[in-house]
Design a protein around this ligand. Structure first.
Ligand code: UFG
Length: 323
């Protein structure tokens, strides 16, 4: 059985990936410092409480297991916070990841799947955004991810470490079986916040800006179901294990939905009243972010299953009322 290390496996995306790896016959070891994740979100495999900033922890881990590959989800993800406190982002997302890459090199673990982001592109120059789009991040979060993408190219050249970078657009939804879901603290993402209003945990949803250059004036995003996202990770891992070269793919549905549209669908799915308050634009929000994921579909043979926003919000709601 191949052993896969999932760094950040107790978080939102990592926990769904752990479940999928286990279901596909891999042995899984999760490393997580539980700063944003939950121990009970790790549904199987071994769990190690530890941090990528701690080289001795990584050393022990790599001495104890013979990993076939590593998936790395452990990063800070809040754009606004990254502008206020860039050191936190460069320390963890860049320096921490370098520790991880160095221990992989030392132990000749050659296969790395990296959680990258649409934020590496910055303000879109055209839509949908393909892999060739200019990469000019406008905040430290996006830059921290782009730096690792660039470092990975050098590590492949010098040490033969192979990687696939997956640039997520808006990860959303929850485990269709209802076992796992999104639990960020603080929550900043649109869909879980809207559903927290529907379930009575919040009074209203603030809509950040209604004067964008879009049909209804609110921002448009490309929401991709968490299981489809994890499926792409599995396919990318299998491709590397089979000997493929390094690559990078944009992952989204290729269809954009406005903030108002998301709220309307949430009303339909939940049958609840969702009070809305108009708020100022949030700094750094582009009007539209939509992915071109053709390359992933062709090269990874990736076939997203839950492309319908109703399905995505239904699964998120199933989790919201359970959790
Ligand atoms: N929004 C609101 N009200 C809220 C929360 C969000 O109107 O209370 C709006 C935002 O302004 C944005 C849209 O809903 O237009 C989606 O916002 P999210 O915060 O859910 O997601 P983002 O598109 O801002 O962020 C996502 C990822 C980030 C990544 C970014 C890439 O979650 O990690 O895409 O730019 F950096």
């Amino acid at each position: 059985m191949k052993i896969i290390l999932v760094v950040g496996g107790a978080g939102y995306i990592g926990s769904h990936a752990v479940k999928m790896l286990l279901a596909n016959g891999y042995q899984v070891v999760t490393l997580d410092n539980l700063s944003g994740g939950y121990r009970d979100a790790v549904v199987g495999g071994d769990f190690i409480l530890g941090d990528i900033s701690d080289p001795s922890c990584l050393k022990n881990l790599f001495n104890n297991y013979n990993f076939a590959g590593v998936m790395h989800f452990a990063s800070f993800i809040q754009v606004g916070e990254s502008i206020e406190n860039p050191g936190k982002y460069y320390q963890n997302n860049v320096a921490g990841t370098l520790n991880l890459l160095d221990i992989m090199v030392a132990h000749q673990v050659k296969n790395f799947i990296f959680s990258s982001t649409a934020a590496i592109f910055g303000e879109p120059q055209y839509i949908p955004i393909d892999e060739q789009h200019a990469k000019q991040p406008i905040n430290p979060y996006g830059l921290s991810k782009l730096m690792i993408e660039q470092i990975l190219a050098d590590y492949e050249h010098a040490y033969g470490l192979k990687s696939i970078c997956l640039r997520y657009f808006n990860a959303a939804g929850a485990d269709p079986e209802g076992q796992l879901g999104e639990r960020h603290s603080p929550e900043t993402h649109l869909i879980p916040l809207v559903l927290q209003v529907a379930s009575g945990k919040r009074e209203f949803i603030s809509v950040f800006g209604q004067d964008y250059d879009t049909p209804d004036g609110t921002c448009i995003r490309d929401y991709i179901h968490i299981n489809d996202l994890c499926q792409a990770h599995l396919l990318a891992l299998e491709k590397l294990l089979a000997g493929a070269n390094s690559n990078a793919y944009n992952l989204g549905n290729g269809e954009g939905f406005s903030v108002n549209h998301v709220i309307e669908i949430a009303k339909q799915v939940t049958g609840k009243i969702i009070p809305v308050k108009l708020a100022k634009r949030r700094v750094g929000d582009p009007a539209r972010l939509v992915a071109n994921s053709k390359q992933a579909q062709i090269e990874l043979n990736w076939r997203p299953k839950y492309t319908d926003l109703v399905k995505i919000i239904t699964h998120a709601w199933q989790w919201e009322i359970r959790y």
